[in-house]
Design a protein. Structure first.
Length: 202
């Protein structure tokens, strides 16, 4: 598993550091102009999307075909992608929270309730979209996968709003959707291990 994660890091390492630097600069400016916690959602979602791109990179390079003759379990390949998505989304979440705190201090005040709400939005958006985009990336061509990504994130936002708005936009209602997203991500992971892992991806 560690080797698979390192392989993906080498694939996206240079792009990842550039993206982190760009988000740090643009994010603080954007957060000052809007909500101090806006970058939490952006950073979490964007870094999660980077991990999805590694599946298409592996397809293009023919790595999946090579992996069939290597001592690498097929389920471990699927596990590594789901784990990488969680790790990068987590990094984005932490980065967004830190930058949000900095921007909030610049603005002269902090709102714990607002920060918690944006945190739940980030978790829900990332995991709801990831539960769809990861299996689609394994199963479909790059063109269809791009369409799935474009549909998954607006759909995740719609689901979040559809549940939270009727209940009231509060951290509690946001936590409810975040909890649902965790369950759906886990279900997607289990199904991918059982079904996708033993299919010819490339």
């Amino acid at each position: 598993m560690k080797g698979l994660l390192l392989k993906d890091y080498y694939l996206i390492g240079s792009v990842l550091w550039i993206l982190l630097a760009a988000m740090a600069v643009i994010g603080i400016a954007m957060a000052v102009l809007t909500s101090a916690w806006a970058l939490v959602v952006i950073a979490t979602v964007m870094l999660g999307m980077v991990s999805v791109s590694t599946i298409n990179m592996d397809k293009a390079s023919g790595w999946y075909k090579v992996s069939r003759v290597m001592p690498v379990a097929r389920q471990a390949v699927v596990d590594s992608k789901y784990l990488l998505y969680l790790l990068l989304s987590g990094v984005g979440l932490l980065l967004g929270m830190v930058l949000g705190m900095v921007a909030s201090l610049i603005q002269g005040g902090q709102s714990g309730e607002e920060a918690l709400l944006y945190l739940t939005i980030s978790v829900a958006m990332a995991l709801l979209a990831g539960s769809v985009t990861l299996p689609c990336s394994f199963l479909f061509s790059e063109e269809k996968n791009v369409l799935a990504i474009f549909l998954a994130y607006p759909a995740a936002a719609g689901i979040f709003a559809g549940v939270v708005v009727p209940l009231g936009v509060t951290p509690l209602s946001g936590s409810l959707v975040a909890g649902i997203s965790v369950v759906l991500y886990a279900v997607s992971w289990v199904l991918a291990r059982r079904k996708i892992a033993f299919r010819d991806v490339a």
